[in-house]
Design a protein around this ligand. Sequence first.
Ligand SMILES: [Fe+2]
Length: 307
Amino acid sequence: MNACNPVNSDISMNADNPTTTATLLNIRKITLEIGIEHPLKLFHICDNHLAFTDERDNERKQELSKKRRWSFERDTNRCIQYLDEAINYSKNNCDLLIHTGDLIDFVSWPNIETAAQKLGNIDYFFAVGNHEYSKYVGEAFEDIVYKMSSYHIVQPAFKNNLFFSSRIINGVNLVSVDNSYYNFDENQLEQFKAEIGKGYPIILLMHNPLYTKDLYDELIINRKRDCAFVVGCPESLMAQYSEYRYRQQYATPITREFIRYLEQQSLVKAIITGHLHFNYETVLPSGIKQFVTGGSYNGYASEITVV
Ligand SMILES: [Fe+2]
């Protein structure tokens, strides 16, 4: 895979050494102390990258399915197996499943149906990923026009609004925001301000992590990636990005305003994200903790106990 090819190069193409045997979930346990009366157990997964097709999908999509399934699970069926395991574990051990996107790898009949069916019988809260709207993975620049071309198919498969949603549980306000194309918009900022106005402690769910210097260094220096795949990266640190990556990950003024506003809010207790496919913990300059959970296609999950 050519990591520099802007069309085919995507974070999801870098599956971490898929093995041929399914193993148990790799559950990271996190305790978040925010001073709530009744503890809340959240089970977090993301990035399952289901890549099914059937005879209703065209040949191009069926070819894509073969390629992508090989990339994420070789000749196993582990993407769906880990999803089933995670749903079971959450049902038996936690109050709520939270998912931060890329449940599916691209829009196809069986992917959309599987998403609706697997999540249909459980309580969950969802933040959408870039792949939910992907039709052929990397075939076009991902902007709002591209997103809206499959929105009418994708949204009905999920129970909460994909652009912005909130939900109060055990005195904690879970807020999910679509930042899967590396930006926030004005509506989301206004809606987020309204959530702050409610006065509850907030846990934010979003697909793409926000920039922190150590996370940037982890990607660029330690993992030697060509960009950091984060939202709100300072322009000065994007100098070596390709033109495509710069355009993709450049933070608009509203996005920077969203992050500035967010950083000032003591009600925001944590940010839960995915997209990068490895576990990571970082802290924003304001002290807000940000957790990245690794790819569920690889068995990663986080059990977050909020007390
Ligand atoms: Fe992603």
